[in-house]
Design a protein around this ligand. Structure first.
Ligand SMILES: Nc1ncnc2c1ncn2[C@@H]1O[C@H](COP(=O)(O)OP(=O)(O)OP(=O)(O)O)[C@@H](O)[C@H]1O
Ligand SMILES: [Mg+2]
Length: 349
């Protein structure tokens, strides 16, 4: 999977920008605030339908303008995202795509950025968000189950707020929820199984150290116990006036040599665990789709020493298109051929 070209109209600091990418390695160089992350962000918007920096699509429109447009030509499809003051429209090969689920993941990009480390300290809901985006990108079954589940969950919570909730109606909602919960758990299990197959080896390849890393999936239930657990949580739900059982409470934690990562790892080790996790994610995507995602490295190389930089670049699958950003080419130790994309002063407004 690769980006051939990217055209940005009124996107963030760009009025009109057209970038042609090399199929292998691209390095974007520019000063702080010149728009490097904005370029990677626009590729992520095409991949995930959402930015990682804002929940408000309006922020993506260049200040003072009415709309924003991203045109991305990949080796497989032409993608277009148009954001105006009211809504966002998604197109593949000029056909309007009404359902996000039919757009998300058609282009698959994995971004590495300095802020990724926050994952370890974020709230479970933020951690679930990452999980949901990544699994949604490759599993239509998951995204459909998740959308339906969240809708029923909203209805159920509304009903539980009432003084005397209608128990027959609750049972109907519970019955339609059960298979969706099982699907969500199954797909999350599959995700963590693949991650755990690779994460320790990836960590060793990046750090040069042999350490046992795995991710514990703290799930609400085993799939075979779902119906039973829904039933037995009824009284608790009445007491708290919301749905106490379900995958909307799931979380995951990182374990290093038997200990919770947060309690033992240094900053540098945490960074490498995160990078190893993202590389395991690349394996998951390759395994499920037979395609290699685009690898976006925003400013992360300069945080690593030269040895770790070199090891990291060597772990990237050779089939992957890579786009790296940095303020200075001299910060990087790169032995391969690459296309240099220099952002000019005029672009920062
Ligand atoms: N909606 C917008 N309209 C106009 N300009 C915007 C908008 N959103 C962000 N910007 C501008 O984009 C620039 C930031 O771009 P970006 O974060 O891509 O920089 P960068 O090159 O990654 O910088 P750094 O090296 O510090 O990470 C800032 O100058 C900011 O003012
Ligand atoms: Mg940046």
């Amino acid at each position: 999977m690769l980006v051939k070209s990217l055209k940005l109209n009124n996107y963030r600091n760009y009025t009109n920008e057209n970038i042609i990418f090399d199929p292998n390695l691209n390095i974007i160089i520019g000063k702080n605030g010149s728009g490097k992350t904005n370029i990677l962000e626009s590729i992520v918007v095409v991949s995930n339908t959402k930015s990682f920096r804002t929940n408000n699509d309006q922020d993506l429109i260049k200040k003072g303008e009415e709309f924003s447009k991203i045109d991305l030509i990949s080796d497989e499809n032409d993608f277009k995202v148009v954001i105006n003051k009211k809504n966002k429209s998604l197109y593949i090969n000029n056909n309007l795509i009404k359902r996000t689920s039919q757009f998300i993941g058609k282009l698959n990009a994995i971004l590495f950025k300095p802020g990724d480390l926050e994952l370890f300290n974020q709230s479970p809901s933020e951690r679930r968000k990452l999980l949901d985006i990544e699994i949604s990108k490759i599993s239509n079954r998951y995204v459909l189950a998740l959308v339906k589940y969240n809708k029923i969950l909203k209805d159920k919570n509304k009903l539980l707020k009432e003084n005397n909730p209608d128990e027959t109606l609750l049972s109907v909602l519970d019955e339609s929820m059960a298979p969706l919960i099982k699907t969500i758990i199954e797909e999350r299990e599959r995700f963590f199984d693949v991650i755990n197959e690779y994460i320790s080896a990836m960590y060793t390849m990046i750090s040069g150290k042999i350490v046992d890393i795995h991710v514990n999936y703290n799930k609400c239930s085993e799939t075979y116990e779902v119906n039973e657990k829904i039933e037995s949580s009824r009284n608790k739900d009445f007491y708290y006036h919301y749905t106490t059982f379900g995958p909307h409470h799931d979380d995951y934690e990182f374990i290093m040599d038997g200990y919770n990562l947060n309690s033992i790892a240094s900053q540098g080790q945490k960074r490498m665990v995160l990078i190893a996790f993202k590389f395991a994610l690349i394996k998951y995507i390759q395994k499920q789709t037979n395609k290699t995602p685009i690898v976006l490295l925003d400013d992360i190389l300069s945080e690593l020493d030269k040895d770790n930089q070199e090891r990291l670049l060597n772990v990237i699958p050779s089939s992957a298109q890579v786009i790296i950003t940095n303020t200075d080419i001299n910060n990087l130790k790169i032995d391969k051929d690459y296309k240099l994309i220099e952002l000019k002063e005029e672009e920062d407004v």
